[in-house]
Design a binder for this molecule. Structure first.
Ligand SMILES: Cc1cc2nc3c(=O)[nH]c(=O)nc-3n(C[C@H](O)[C@H](O)[C@H](O)COP(=O)(O)O)c2cc1C
Length: 199
């Protein structure tokens, strides 16, 4: 069966930098033999985590049940059935976007953290997927890597989702025009990264 690669877009702008690079990585993966799909977090109904920790109370290797009944359940099912993920979010105020963080916070269900335990414990430390991380900034990538928490946030997200990061794309200096054309070097990085998801 063809490997399944899922793209998760945490940008607010369809067709802009992050969406373009996620799509490019997915297309390259498809050309290499994968089946691909893409989720726009902004199109999904995702409630905020309210820190009730109900989903973390019961032991077990599978993620816990959330009190919310929204699109997160189907998103998690899609992630679980995928072999690779592409996580994309631009930098807003020195970290990933609020919609990406809202999604990330809901991943606390991957932890066992009953009341009385000081810290959460990842239920399952297996790494059976690959991940490509994509972010973008107005500032040059050098400063973006140094001064923002975006790559770290995306990397932790990948880890929680049992994915080993195989490539990171940092598209810096990319906010000078309303509809920026994504430079060829980032497109090529995304193509290479997409192929790495299957290699
Ligand atoms: C509200 C807001 C906050 C931003 N904060 C930062 C920032 O802290 N650092 C930075 O380098 N760029 C920042 N940017 C620029 C975006 O990261 C950049 O425009 C990115 O390309 C947007 O991704 P998109 O093209 O997928 O929408 C910000 C943009 C907006 C609108």
């Amino acid at each position: 069966m063809a490997p399944k690669i899922l793209g998760i877009v945490g940008s607010y702008r369809k067709g802009c930098v992050i969406d373009t690079l996620v799509s490019t990585a997915l297309s390259a993966a498809k050309e290499a033999g994968a089946t691909t799909s893409k989720i726009y977090l902004q199109d999904k109904h995702i409630e905020f985590c309210i820190n009730c920790r109900q989903c973390t109370q019961e032991p077990g290797t599978m993620y816990g049940q959330c009190i919310h009944h929204d699109d997160m359940a189907s998103i998690l099912q899609e992630i679980e059935s995928s072999d690779g993920i592409v996580l994309g979010a631009p930098v807003n105020f020195f970290n990933v976007t609020a919609i990406m963080r809202r999604f990330m916070e809901r991943l606390v269900c991957y932890a066992y953290w009953p009341w009385g335990h000081h810290a959460p414990q990842l239920r399952n430390k297996v790494k059976n997927k690959r991940a490509v991380l994509i972010t973008a900034t107005a500032m040059p990538a050098f400063f973006g890597r140094l001064l923002t928490g975006a790559v770290r946030a995306l990397k932790i997200t990948a880890e929680v989702l049992h994915a080993k990061t195989v490539a990171t794309i940092f598209a810096g200096t990319i906010a000078d025009t309303e509809h920026p054309t994504v430079p060829l070097k980032f497109i090529q990085q995304a193509q290479k990264a997409g192929r790495k998801l299957l290699a």
